[in-house]
Design a protein around this ligand. Sequence first.
Ligand code: PHE
Length: 339
Amino acid sequence: MLERIKEMLDEVAHLSASNAEEIEALRIKYLSKKGEITALMNDFRNVPAEQKKEVGIKINELKQRALDVINGLRQSLAQTDGEETDIDITRTAYPTPLGTRHPLTIVKNEIIDIFSRLGFSLAEGPEVEDDWHVFSSMNFADDHPARDMQDTFFVEAHPDIILRTHTSSVQARVMEHQQPPIRVICPGRVYRNEAISARAHCFFHQVEGLYVDTDVSFTDLMQVLLLFAKEMFGEDTQIRMRPSYFPFTEPSAEMDVSCTLCKGKGCNMCKGSGWLEILGCGMVHPNVLELNGIDSTKYKGYAFGMGIERIANLKYQVKDLRLFSENDMRFLKEFEAAN
Ligand code: PHE
């Protein structure tokens, strides 16, 4: 009897099962009414009296061991089961954190969107340009102050090669390849040799527009820009034109919009005037048309140009221009909602 108990202790210690049915089968095999251990216990009566104590202890030990092992198997199965149910393979993946668009890109896209709805198409050109496309073709006299070293970055050893100071150079490139009707907007980065401060930077971004056709008037220009202003800053926005000067337009004007903050009443942002300057514009100078191969007796045009930073400042009240190029995440994250 003792021999048999020893064998079974060893057997029970090495039990294994991979699912609930197998565990139940083990329980039945050893511990049920007809189980092997139960059978041993039933045999206990036949054990000689002097062995009863020792055999009794051993049988109890065996029963307890079998219970422990089977319960242990149940527990570890429940744990792995638990792990399996924790993984919900039907669940959508955790979102990968996405970047946000730069505020200047947001505003640029908005400007492009408004003008493309008005029939303007997109034109782009090189940032490293020649003097012709930036200045000469735009009717700048040879001694015009804008060509001065103060404003323009020159490529050393190539005085004719410069960083464009405005995207009018793209308009020149469009006109040299295309006859009217021309209706393009030219977004892009431009460079000017200025000391970097909260209000000025050595580069910024522009969107310029050009429209050339047979019947183009200053009124058309004003109407398009009024629509732009309303789309950009709100339906109740007003515009006003002030006479100005650009070598490439005649007449030329600077356009103001009614202050986006105080709606024209006068506040700090508009310095009490109720108006904010946002762009330069005018009727394309006949010289510019001729210099770019377009018959100025047949065609007329208007042009306008604005700084994207300026528009973004007015929309989002950014006080320091440098924020746009410092890649400070705290600043960029503020535009998450506008994306
Ligand atoms: N090219 C001008 C600038 O850079 C803007 C402008 C474009 C003005 C077209 C009038 C007409 O400041």
